[in-house]
Structures are given as C-alpha cells and as structure tokens.
Design a protein around this ligand. Structure first.
Ligand SMILES: [Zn+2]
Length: 115
C-alpha cells in the first residue's frame, strides 16, 4: 500500500525533527500534499494512525493541506491552474503546459506538541 510507505516516510521526518528539538510527544502534524503526488487522502489518514501507533506521534492528528496543481503556460507566459481532471492544459488558451510549478509536494509544514 503506497500510502503506508508515505506515512512511514512522514513519520521518519517527524521523529528526526522531534529528536533534534528534544520533543517527546507530537499531537498533530501538518503536511502539504500536492494534487499530483498520487496520494489518496483517506488512505493516508488511515495509514497514519497505523504507522504512528507505536511512535511519539501516537494518537496524533494528521492535518493535510491540499496543494492544487499549478503550471507555467509558455503561450500565456503566466502561471495557470488547470481544472481538475484536465491534465496539464492551460485553462485559458488550452496549450499543453508540462512545466509544473506546484502540485508534487509531500512535505511536513509543522508539528504541534502538547501545551
Ligand atoms: Zn495559456
């Protein structure tokens, strides 16, 4: 299951940062996930609960911020946001715009610790 390995990767990042900062427990983890990352949100949330069960992030909440796709259209010379499901076509002029500016993210933005 793809999302389980993603959850484990995120958890590695969390554990590393926690170790570095002397954090013993994490209550929530904020991540940014691009629309092109191929990650299913629900599956990731489910995997997170499983993967984090024995870790410092046990019982923590995974807060996912979805990052929509943005491409750079060579014809318009501007950044554009293709409509979902249309691939990488410029929504204004229709040109194929394979230069992806955003949408592939998989990053930890922040961690919450007990007050
Ligand atoms: Zn365009």
């Amino acid at each position: 299951m793809h999302e389980l390995s993603v959850a484990l990767t995120l958890l590695d990042g969390v554990s590393e940062a926690a170790l570095r900062d002397g954090i013993e427990r994490v209550t929530a983890v904020h991540v940014r996930i691009g629309a092109l990352s191929g990650i299913a949100r629900d599956a990731l949330l489910f995997s997170w609960d499983m993967a984090s069960a024995e870790s410092i992030a046990a019982g923590s909440e995974l807060r996912i911020e979805d990052v929509p796709v943005a491409v750079f259209c060579e014809r318009c010379k501007r950044e554009r946001s293709p409509a979902p499901g249309t691939g990488l076509l410029c929504p204004v002029c229709g040109a194929a715009s394979p230069t992806i500016v955003r949408g592939r993210e998989l990053q930890i933005v922040a961690m919450e610790v007990p007050a």
